[in-house]
Design a protein around this ligand. Structure first.
Ligand code: GAR
Length: 224
């Protein structure tokens, strides 16, 4: 499926925590490296630093409390229906999950098929889920990294858009590795947004083909 070029891409960012990826996207937009506008920053956590960042930049910040939905058999879907209403109200064209620690349901996935991205701190399909930097070290991997992918119903399973790899050092802790990966997250997420904004992403089954991508061919080897 080809994704049409959008002249003024309206983006919503969903975040639960500190929002450093949100910040990277804000910075890229301000630097003219991502042709998009953030029309809403939404969180399921009232105290999310991401919401503070949004306010600092005059962006619309919204806390959507999951509590009123709890206890219903369709609590997750009902929550997502309320998010969807907000996204539609703001005419959002691209949804970015950026440290959004809530599993999205078919309600959002279907409405934003191939228009919702997530960033994950591993080289998917290795290490989906949580605590992945620790799991990557414990497994004995020599390379770790991060992935931006389109969101499907399976957690961390959607078609991969862009990845970056970093070495794992012998004295790495989950924290030092996470910090090294994060530097790359902040590069590849804005890049994925810009590729989308330019209409250069084409989803073909599990593969995301990038129009006019620069030829690669350079290996990342660790240890060198
Ligand atoms: C990032 O490392 C992101 O990849 C990860 O949470 C962190 C959020 O940081 N996301 C996941 O693990 C999702 N499965 P941030 O709030 O500073 O952007």
């Amino acid at each position: 499926m080809s994704i049409s070029r959008t002249t003024s891409l309206r983006v919503a960012v969903l975040a639960s925590g500190r929002g450093s990826n949100l910040q990277a996207i804000i910075d890229a937009i301000e630097a003219g490296q991502a042709q998009a506008q953030i029309v809403a920053v939404i969180s399921n956590k009232k105290d999310a630093v991401a919401l503070e960042r949004a306010r600092k930049y005059g962006l619309k910040d919204l806390f959507v409390d999951p509590k009123p939905f709890a206890g219903r058999p369709d609590s997750r879907e009902a929550y997502d229906r309320s998010l969807l209403a907000i996204l539609q109200q703001h005419e959002v064209g691209l949804v970015l999950l950026a440290g959004y620690m809530k599993i999205v349901t078919a309600v959002l996935v279907n409405a934003y098929a191939n228009r919702m991205m997530n960033i994950h701190p591993s080289l998917l399909p290795s290490f989906p889920g949580l605590d992945v930097q620790k799991k990557t070290i414990d497994w004995g991997c020599k390379l770790a990294g991060c992935t931006v992918h389109f969101v499907t119903e399976g957690v961390d399973e959607g078609p991969i858009i862009i990845q970056a790899a970093v070495p794992i050092l012998d004295d790495d802790t989950p924290e030092t590795l996470a910090a090294r990966i994060l530097v790359q997250e902040h590069k590849i997420y804005p890049r994925a947004v810009q590729l989308f904004a330019e209409g250069r992403l084409r989803v073909d089954g599990r593969r995301v083909l990038i129009e006019d991508a620069k030829p690669g061919g350079v290996a990342i080897v660790s240890p060198t």
